[in-house]
Ligand binder design. Sequence first.
Ligand code: SAM
Length: 306
Amino acid sequence: ALNQLPDVSLPRYVRVNTLKLDVDSALLELKEKYSVEKDDLLPDLLILPPGTDLHDHPLVNNGSIFMQGKASSMVAPALNPEPGWEVIDACAAPGNKTVHLAALMKRKGRIIACELNKQRIKRLKETIKLSGASMLQSLKLNPSSDIHVLNEDFLNIDPKAPSYSKVKAILLDPSCSGSGTAASRLDHLLPSKAAGQDTDMERLNKLAAFQRKALQHALSFPAVEKIVYSTCSINQIENEDVIKSVLPIAESHGFELVNPFAEWHCRGLPVFKGSENLVRTDPAADGEGFFIALFAKKKNVQKKKK
Ligand code: SAM
């Protein structure tokens, strides 16, 4: 069935890990074998012809480039953390967005990579190691650099604890149905699917309840100024509905929805005022169905707090 994927004709994207290699050097090296172009939205993203197989490429094996789709590579830049900031990646494994944050922050600042699942912590640590970012053993050590891995339930992290008092940005990429990914869109081809309709709805409701809770929790960190929420789902219930239900709480904390990619062609479903700030990627045109929402503290609120 995989051969019938609708997106075999779509380009292959790779994200250059600027912790290890600059974009132009990656471009030059890949150009020896492939026709490569720079992406017009993300400066660290390169576009290769459909079907390019890079699995065993030396640049992939040594962590200089990551095989990461465009939509997934848009999330950390949407948050756009500044070097020196303290940032939480709330649901971090396998860590693609964690190490993208580290690259954008140019090794300056602190990233707390929180992951509930012990098995997936291993993957997260491997990704961090491969990326060349350094890992901290303790939150209290050397607050001026890189990534601290935390095997915790994000919902159990106390926003009032002193270790989190300076957290300025949170990336929340919670567990979701994955309905925007190619593998999941082929689910209907599997014979077992029809029987599971009801439980699917139950599962979606459960996921959405967690997503809402996690987003509310993110909003409660005292110094947080930006929160990005993303899913690889195309379901309104996990996307616009989550944002809509949390928006009044966000606004009461002084946040507003802002548009991270003004020129982007695909927007959130128009189900509430402000949904034009939401970003969707289109499974057919963009290869994956992602959803991105960015909350930012209103400028005058930020000033008043200083
Ligand atoms: N951001 C990751 C990346 O780009 O590589 C992908 C994250 S994946 C969509 C969601 C992750 O959240 C899973 O690894 C899951 O185990 C973790 N997770 C689920 N519930 C959690 C919770 N309550 N606290 C922390 N992590 C959680």
